[in-house]
Design a protein around this ligand. Structure first.
Ligand SMILES: [Zn+2]
Length: 210
């Protein structure tokens, strides 16, 4: 399982390098192929220092199986997402600042329809109100997990999930890219230019053929 630990550490460092989390914010997990365990980032460690040996292995009830550190305090949300979504094998929690700022101001309105990637990968985007980190956030996420691939939490951050870590990270990047675009457009104009609904449907059809 060294490979999955290394992947978790590398994914988290990447989110830090991209400015999608601060040194002590965010967390990332990958579910094992046999679906009995998850590998998750530890609580408190600076993200840019993370290595494979820092990653914590827990069972699907959250019991630590291996690891020298404590698992992330957002572990309850990761476990809940895996239990409700058999299709998901990686969960990312990041702090994309433009997305959260727009959500706080009531300006992140799904469907965003601002870029082709966003039409495809963020078509199941949900927003929820702030809840206390840990169990409180897991409870608040619960209702929208089955209908979402990305969930923005006001005054906090976002969860994204996918069939693998690459997809989960891409969703966070696309969310922040689209949000930055809307933010910049709003600072110049009053209403962001959106791809018309019928064109957004066409984009989905084009990529479905591949
Ligand atoms: Zn957070």
């Amino acid at each position: 399982m060294e490979d999955l630990r290394a992947k978790v550490a590398e994914g988290m460092r990447k989110l830090y390098e991209r400015g999608l989390v601060s040194s002590l914010g965010g967390n990332l997990s990958i579910r094992s192929e046999d679906r009995t365990r998850i590998f998750i980032t530890p609580s408190g460690s600076p993200k840019w220092t993370l290595q494979a040996e820092d990653i914590v292995e827990v069972d699907m009830e959250g019991n630590v199986l291996n690891g020298i550190k404590r698992p992330s305090s957002e572990l309850p949300s990761h476990l809940l997402i895996y239990s409700k979504r058999p299709d998901v094998c990686s969960v990312v929690h990041a702090h994309p600042v433009h997305a959260v700022a727009l959500a706080n101001s009531g300006l992140l309105k799904p469907p965003l329809n601002v870029t082709p990637e966003e039409v495809l990968y963020l078509n199941r985007l949900s927003l929820i109100d702030f809840a206390l980190p840990g169990k409180g956030t897991a409870e608040a996420l619960s209702g929208v997990i089955p209908i979402s691939d990305v969930i923005v939490i006001k005054n906090h951050g976002a969860f994204s999930f996918g069939k693998n870590v690459e997809e989960a990270i891409a969703r966070i990047e696309i969310l922040e890219e689209a949000s930055k675009m809307i933010y910049l457009q709003l600072s110049i104009e009053h209403e962001p230019k959106r791809i018309p609904k019928e064109i957004a449907e066409e984009i989905k059809k084009i990529y479905k053929k591949d």
